[in-house]
Design a protein around this ligand. Structure first.
Ligand code: SF4
Length: 327
């Protein structure tokens, strides 16, 4: 597999005034291969959504860069850049309530990208909108209705149709299931998994629910306080986490089965996530880490491949961890 998206040492800081800088994303490097799904997990405030938006140009990059199919993308997007990239890169937003224009019909919302980016007539746009409504489990008669007439799950399906009608190569799914009822989450993830297979999509799938992320992803990347702390094949990270943060994150993930959930010893991560304005020296997880050593408070661990001896003598090609336990 070849890399479709290369994120190179990407940094996104926000100046919030009074000499305060939020280090939302700090030196993240990650390759996403063509037709691969990479799940991005971490607590709220870890920088996941900011990273996804910076990759798509919805945030200017402070430093570092992103390449798509070997071409370095602009540091700062202008409107023509969004238009020229619309058929390559799209985003499915977290909140299906606020991401759809309430004054536009569903047909207008889904067809807008085609109208702006393809030289096709209204009749063909209408036909493609009908096709996409049916692909996402809605019907042509929904076309003339407005977003408020739909449930949360249906609105997310409309958001998916809007993002995918241009048949982009790469899609950032920014917490696409977080605002949905649990009963609807699996339906939306299954729909994305089906479309991914049929369209050969490459996805960066950002979510809180680690079980869902594991289900849809080939690889999983774990983010903490603006940086990546662990990357690996999704099953390896989920079933055999290496980084102490990943371990607590997975241990605190609710079980889908109610009986298992009752028996699970709930593990919450101790302590507060440090402020992204005052990033601590050394390992950013040190103040909460049950395995912290003196080196952890002064020396920042880098993301690197652990030796086979460190991981049960198994050589895991895709495994990376940023922790002094694996130096
Ligand atoms: Fe814990 Fe140290 Fe590893 Fe950080 S580097 S996760 S503090 S053991």
């Amino acid at each position: 597999m070849s890399a479709l998206v290369e994120i190179n040492d990407l940094t996104k800081y926000f100046d919030i005034g009074q000499d305060q800088i939020v280090h939302a994303v700090d030196g993240v490097s990650l390759s996403i291969n063509s037709k691969e799904v990479v799940g991005l997990v971490g607590e709220s405030g870890s920088g996941k959504s900011t990273l996804g938006k910076a990759v798509l140009g919805l945030h200017d990059k402070t430093s570092g860069n992103v390449s798509f199919a070997g071409q370095v993308l602009p540091q700062k997007y202008r409107s023509k850049d969004f238009q020229s990239r619309a058929q390559q890169m799209q985003m499915i937003f977290q909140d299906p309530y606020s991401s759809l224009n309430p004054r536009m019909t569903v047909g207008e919302i889904i067809g807008e990208g085609l109208k702006l980016n393809k030289d096709i007539d209204a009749e063909e746009i209408s036909q493609r909108v009908d096709h996409w409504l049916s692909l996402v489990g809605l019907s042509a008669e929904h076309k003339s209705r407005y977003p408020h007439e739909f449930s949360g799950g249906q609105r997310q399906r409309i958001g998916i149709a809007r993002a995918l009608i241009l048949e982009p190569d790469f899609v950032v799914c920014d917490e696409p299931i977080s605002a949905l009822d649990v009963s609807v989450q699996a339906q939306v993830v299954n729909l994305l998994a089906e479309l991914k297979e049929s369209m050969g999509l490459t996805l960066l799938f950002i979510a809180h629910d680690l079980s869902m992320v594991r289900y849809i992803s080939d690889r999983m990347a774990v983010m903490y306080l603006g940086g990546l702390v662990e990357v690996g094949d999704a099953d390896d990270v989920f079933f055999d986490p290496l980084h102490p943060y990943t371990k607590t994150l997975i241990a605190s993930n609710p079980e889908a089965d109610p009986e298992s959930e009752r028996q699970r010893v709930s593990t919450t991560i101790q302590g507060e996530i440090p402020s992204p304005v005052n990033i601590p020296a050394g390992c950013r997880f040190a103040n909460r880490c049950p395995e912290a050593m003196s080196i952890c408070h002064g020396t920042t661990p880098t993301l690197k491949k652990p030796s086979a001896a460190m991981v049960g003598n198994e050589s895991k090609e895709n495994r990376r961890v940023a922790c002094h336990l694996f130096d």
